[in-house]
Design a protein around this ligand. Structure first.
Ligand code: PEP
Length: 257
């Protein structure tokens, strides 16, 4: 059985002092049995080392929101996987729709980063998802298939089980309008089918597929009960410890009958 994975993408929010407060609040809020649920926070780069220190001895894991494809060199403004590892990161979000939209990141570039993350010992959380226009044109499956195939290209079978795929319909991110559990489940099932075609049914059975897009404590249980939804990538609601904890609680209870 796949464990649930809840990741919080802080985006460009929280300076050092605010990061410290949020992490301390979160540690206090997670005063229940996680039931095997993995919890990840992805603060901005300047807060990573502090976050790693504050998370010592807890079961909360650390991720970054992006990385570059090289370990060092003349790439002003970029951050390498080696630096992320040294700062205490285990995960890195790649290909978030905001990176695709504002920084013109292509599937090919995201794939290069994903392969570099894996060879550096980081677990990539690879984001895919259609825009509203694409959904309205009824080409969601086509768009997501192209993204999944391109982003997973040449990732070895031995590595694929470490990859997390996040289905994030662009129209649901930060809009307060989440996909219905059935809409999300349909795309998650498609992604798992694609992974089984690219690798094997056994591998597809083990790959974690998160849903992201306006997940909140009050809609998380229904989404997380879907058979192919293995967790959530959370934006806005992870910036308040009690809301993030509410989503984690829903994940922790989703396996219990
Ligand atoms: C995200 O940024 O990945 C996200 C899903 O944001 P929100 O939860 O705010 O929609």
């Amino acid at each position: 059985m796949r464990s649930k994975v809840i990741a919080g993408n802080w985006k460009m929010n929280k300076d050092l002092g605010e990061s410290e407060k949020l992490i301390k609040d979160l540690k206090m809020s997670l005063n229940f049995d996680l039931g095997g649920t993995r919890v990840i926070i992805c603060p901005p780069y300047p807060s990573l080392a502090l976050a790693a220190k504050l998370l010592e001895g807890t079961s909360i894991e650390l991720g970054a929101q992006n990385m570059y494809t090289e370990n060092e060199g003349a790439f002003t403004g970029e951050v390498s996987p080696k630096m992320l590892k040294a700062a205490g990161c285990k995960y890195v979000i790649l290909g978030h729709s905001e990176r695709r939209q504002y920084f013109a990141e292509s599937n090919e570039f995201i794939n290069t980063k994903a392969r570099k993350a894996l060879s550096s010992g980081l677990i990539p959380i690879i984001c895919v998802g259609e825009t509203l226009e694409e959904r309205e044109k009824n080409i969601t499956d086509q768009i997501v298939s192209v993204q999944v195939k391109a982003c997973l290209k040449e990732i070895a079978a031995a590595d694929i089980e470490r990859v997390i795929v996040a289905y994030e319909p662009v129209w649901a991110i930060g809009t307060g309008k989440n996909a219905t559990p059935q809409q999300a489940q349909d795309v998650h099932r498609l992604i798992r089918k694609l992974v089984s075609q690219l690798y094997s049914i056994q591998v597809a059975d083990r790959v974690i597929i998160q849903y992201g897009g306006s997940v909140k404590p009050d809609n998380s249980a229904d989404l997380l009960h879907q058979p192919d939804i293995d967790g959530a990538l959370v934006g806005g609601a992870c910036l308040k410890a009690d809301s993030f904890a509410g989503i984690i609680r829903a994940a922790a209870s989703s396996g219990k009958k």
